[in-house]
Design a protein around this ligand. Structure first.
Ligand SMILES: [Mg+2]
Length: 257
């Protein structure tokens, strides 16, 4: 099932790592895949992470060869360019979101100039105000497509507590404007599709490995990849094409150990 896969795309949180430590056997299996000439890419749905930060962390944790890391933030500007061409973008979100949109060649529109926006990009915005919410909703209602890194409604913090996530703000804009958002992150196709492009591997020859059925398995299936659920505690057969309890098991199935 996995022995002939030419590319492997790995989810990070809960799969490759937990917080600041790699999961058991991850370093050995990932490095063995890389040395065997299989393509290896990593992706996360974190709406504020930049790909270079993810790459730096992987290298610090011992995967010095890690190269292909994708985050919704990194590809958002590319997705806008592919779908709508160079755009005038109203950004409601963190400075990182403004920076990636501008870096992709788009023109930023100020809140006061919201009527000039041809695209609205909404991320988690710690400086959200009624004025900013209103500008985003009115620009979207006037026809500017609403684009977002993800629709996760909560941002988990310590001790099981949370802050409102990107998806909560997108929901407000979407409700007021009466339009549905275009989601760049998992389980929608763009992050998976661009990971396959970076690896130069067709979906049918690649496997998506992750710990979430709703996000990793569903998203991988949608683009035609084989799917592997990483479930140390086990899972029902059929939850994914393959269920593995460990990275050692994955290495055996992939034929690298
Ligand atoms: Mg995960």
């Amino acid at each position: 099932m996995l022995a002939d896969c030419r590319g492997f795309v790995f989810d990070l949180d809960g799969c490759v790592w937990q917080g600041d430590a790699l999961n058991p056997g991850a370093a050995e299996t990932l490095t063995a895949l890389h040395r065997a000439g299989r393509g290896v890419a990593f992706l996360t749905n974190n709406s504020r992470a930049r790909s270079q930060d993810v790459r730096t962390k992987l290298r610090r944790l011992g995967l010095e060869w890690a190269e292909h890391t994708l985050t919704p933030l990194e590809i958002l500007g590319q997705v806008i360019a592919e779908r709508f061409g160079p755009s005038r973008v109203l950004v409601i979100g963190a400075p990182e979101l403004e920076a990636v949109v501008a870096a992709a060649g788009h023109q930023l529109v100020s809140v006061a100039d919201f009527r000039k926006a041809t695209v609205v990009a909404v991320g988690n915005d710690f400086d959200l105000s009624y004025e900013r919410l209103g500008a985003a909703a009115r620009a979207a209602a006037a026809g500017a497509p609403l684009v977002t890194p993800n629709v996760d409604t909560r941002l988990p913090i310590e001790n099981g507590d949370f802050l409102p996530g990107c998806g909560a703000i997108v929901a407000a804009v979407s409700a007021a404007a009466g339009v549905a958002p275009i989601v760049v992150g998992k389980p929608e196709p763009p992050l998976f599709r661009i990971a396959l492009e970076r690896l130069g591997v067709a979906a049918a020859q690649a496997a998506m490995v992750g710990d979430s059925v709703e996000s990793d398995v569903a998203g991988g299936r949608r683009v035609g990849m084989r799917t592997v659920l990483y479930a140390p505690a086990g899972a029902a057969p059929g939850a994914a094409d393959v269920v593995v309890r460990s990275f050692a098991e994955l290495a055996r199935l992939a034929g690298v150990r």
